[in-house]
Design a protein around this ligand. Sequence first.
Ligand code: SF4
Length: 427
Amino acid sequence: MPPVSLSNTPSANRTHIGFFGKRNAGKSSLVNAVTGQNVAIVSDVKGTTTDPVLRPMELLPLGPVVVIDTAGIDDEGELGALRVKRTHRVLNKTDVAVLVVDATEGLSIHDREMIDRFRVKSIPYIVAYNKTDLLAPLASTLPVSQAPTDSRANMSPPASNRSSGPYEIWVSAKTGINIDALKELIARRARRDTPSRPIVSDLVSPLDLVVLVVPIDEGSPKGRLILPQQQTIRELLETGAVSVVVKDSELGDALPCLAKKPRLVITDSRVFSNVAAVVPENIYLTSFSILFARHKGYLEQLAEGAFVLESLEEGARVLISEGCTHHRQCNDIGTVKLPGWIKAYTAKNTKGNLKFEFTSGGDFPEDLSPYSLIVHCGGCMLTEREVRYRQACAKDQKVPMTNYGMVIAHMNGILERSLAVFRKPRS
Ligand code: SF4
C-alpha cells in the first residue's frame, strides 16, 4: 500500500503527529524517513523549516494522519522567536509528539523545556535520538531487525540523555535504523483511550421523559435536524428514555398533555428565553449547546466566559465563531441575532459600540489577542481535538471564551438554571 493516500478523511479526524526539535537535529530527515516521502525540505542550513508544515497522509500502522514538521525550538532573533511561538502553538493540535534530538549531542535545555510543555499539555511524546549512525559502537552496527524499539539497551547515547523518560528510541534517518520501530511506537502512543463523555445518557434513566424543543424557522436547515439534535435523540434512544420533540410554538400546549413530568427539557438556544418562560421551574432545563460544552469537556470554562459580558467596554472586539459553514439565512443566529442581543445587553457599558468579527468552518484566528471575548457555537461538527485546540489557544492567550447557549442563558438570567441538571443528583 502506498504511504500517501488522497483519501477523503477530514483533517479533523486524523491523528496529528508533531515533530519537534532543535534546528539541525534532523527533524525534516526523520519526517521523510517515517513517511517514506520527501514531504519536508532537508538542508544542512540551520532553520530551513520556518513555519509548521502540515501533511495529511496514510501512515501504517496508524491510518490517516497529519504529519507536522515544525521550525527549530532553538530558533533565534525576533523572527526566530515568532517561529518558536508558532511551533509551541502547534502543540494544541498535536495528538502525539516526536521530539527529535541529535544523539551525538544529547538532550539540550531546549529539549527539556519542550518535554515540560508536553507534560503540561498531557501530550503523549516520544524522544527520538537521531543520527544514531554517528554513535559508536553498537547502535550503528545493529541490523534494523535486531535493533531495540523503545529501550536504551545496547545503545551508547551521551550520559546526559538518560533522564528523559521511558518512551525513547534510537534512530537514524540516514541509514533507516529503527524507523519502523519508531512508527510502531508512534502508533502505540496514539492509541490511548480517551474516555468519551456522554451527551445526555448520564442525566436520565430508562423511560424518563425528555422534551426536545426544536424551532423550525428560516434559520433551520431544510428537511432535517441538525447534528446535535440527532446525536442527542440517538443517545436518549440508546438509554431507553422517551424523547418528545416539539417546536417552541407548540411547547406550551404540549406540556400539559404529557402523562408524566418530564425529567428534562433541552432547547435550541435561539428560543431559550421563551422556553424558560413556559417550562415550570421544577423541571430541569438546558440547551443543546450547553450539553455539548459538557460533552466536549469545557462546561465550567465556557460558563465563566459568559460573565465577561458584564465587563465589555466600548469598542471591544468580539469574535463569533461557528464550527461549520452552513448556509447563512437572514436573521442568522451567529451573524445577526447574537450581535444584536449582545449589543443591547451590554449597552450600558459599551453604548452599543462593539466590533464583531465572524469565522466559520476550519477558520479560527491564530492571534486571538485583539478580542475581548470569543463566543463559539456548540461545535458539534468539530472533533474533540479541534475544540481542544481552540480552547487551548484562547486559554494560552488569556482570551475568555463562551458559547451560544451559555451567553444567551446568561443574558436571560437563566444560566444557573441551565446548569442545575449537571449539579443535582439524579432523583
Ligand atoms: S458546528 Fe456549530 S454552527 Fe455547525 S451545526 Fe454544529 S453547533 Fe451549529
